[in-house]
Design a protein around this ligand. Structure first.
Ligand code: CUA
Length: 313
């Protein structure tokens, strides 16, 4: 059992930057609420006193001057605290952090764990594991249109812009599975471009990373052998990688350990046998407009192929 899923909310911060942003939000919320209540009280008192003597001009001028002064002071205060928060969340982090490159594309997230040794790099999709209490540097890029990487419990949004790499860091202070969501409209399936960040202990994280570095398991039964054969003979290999086989294309998600992930198609479907079959046969039904074409095949072939994919833990 891994950590529990946390409700997606910017107001339930689980890391230092998210805490700063949530703090800023609450300050603005309470100041704006107070201003609103004061304005409503003034309007109400004006309505109640509509039949009394007109207020002298001198007093009116004083009130307007006070209102303008208070507005300027409050807005200036907001400017200062926003600036301080912006500086704090944009701070850089020392070397030695875990570095992950996330590339957005319509409509999923390509995730690569960077390591100086190329054989220790890991490529996966839509699911990121991080150790609790350690800074994680994200390098962010896009392969097609503008997306935005947003895991509300951990940090604010950061746009992924084609041809321009940005980076930021975040840290999770407590274990949990944090849902993230593309936060920039990027086409038909923008709403179904989700990801999950699992923050876990250092030991669990290292175990996960070591498992991801392994090549795919060899099929251990007749049906999975047949599934692998079908996979390698079909058009699947034109887009997907399964390390340890001849499939090495990178335009679609890496499937080497697809069965270890909690969801399919960037958070669209839970990772069950039924959903794998549905997705392989007609991905357009579950997520219209996505880049994967439908695959006409017999039920037997579909079962074999799904059994193979399901074995890729
Ligand atoms: Cu990607 Cu919205």
């Amino acid at each position: 059992m891994g950590p529990a899923t946390v409700a997606q909310s910017a107001l339930d911060p689980a890391g230092p930057q998210a805490a700063q942003l949530s703090h800023l939000w609450w300050v603005m919320f309470w100041v704006c609420t107070s201003v609103f209540l004061v304005v409503i009280a003034i309007v109400a008192s004006a309505v109640l006193r509509r039949n009394s003597e007109p207020t002298p001009d001198r007093l009116l001028t004083g009130s307007v001057a006070f209102g303008v002064g208070a507005t300027v002071a409050i807005l200036f205060g907001f400017l200062v605290i926003s600036f301080i928060t912006g500086r704090a969340v944009a701070s850089t982090v020392d070397a030695g952090a875990v570095t992950i490159t996330v590339t957005g594309q319509q409509w999923w997230w390509n995730v690569e764990y960077i390591d100086p040794a190329p054989n220790l790099r890991v490529r996966t999709a839509n699911e990121i594991h991080i150790p609790v209490g350690r800074p994680i540097v994200f390098n962010l890029a896009s392969r097609d249109v503008i997306h935005s990487f947003w895991v509300p419990n951990l940090h604010g949004k950061r746009d992924l812009i084609p041809g321009y790499q940005t980076s930021f860091w975040l840290q999770a202070d407590r274990p949990g599975v944090y849902r993230g969501q593309c936060a920039e409209f990027c086409g038909h399936q923008h709403a179904w471009m989700a990801l999950y960040v699992t923050a876990e202990s250092d030991a669990e994280y290292k175990r996960w990373l070591a498992a991801q570095r392994e090549p795919a398991v060899e099929p251990g039964s007749d049906i999975t052998r047949r599934g692998q054969e079908l996979f390698l003979k079909s058009t699947c290999t034109q887009c997907h990688t399964i390390r340890g086989t001849i499939a090495g294309a990178v335009s679609g998600p890496d499937l080497t350990h697809v069965a270890s992930r909690g969801s399919l198609a960037a958070g669209t479907l839970s990772n069950t046998r039924e959903h794998i079959e549905r997705w392989v046969r007609d991905p357009q039904q579950a997520k219209p407009g996505n880049r994967m074409p439908p695959n006409a095949m017999s039920d037997d072939d579909l079962h074999a192929l799904s059994a193979y994919l399901e074995s890729l833990k």
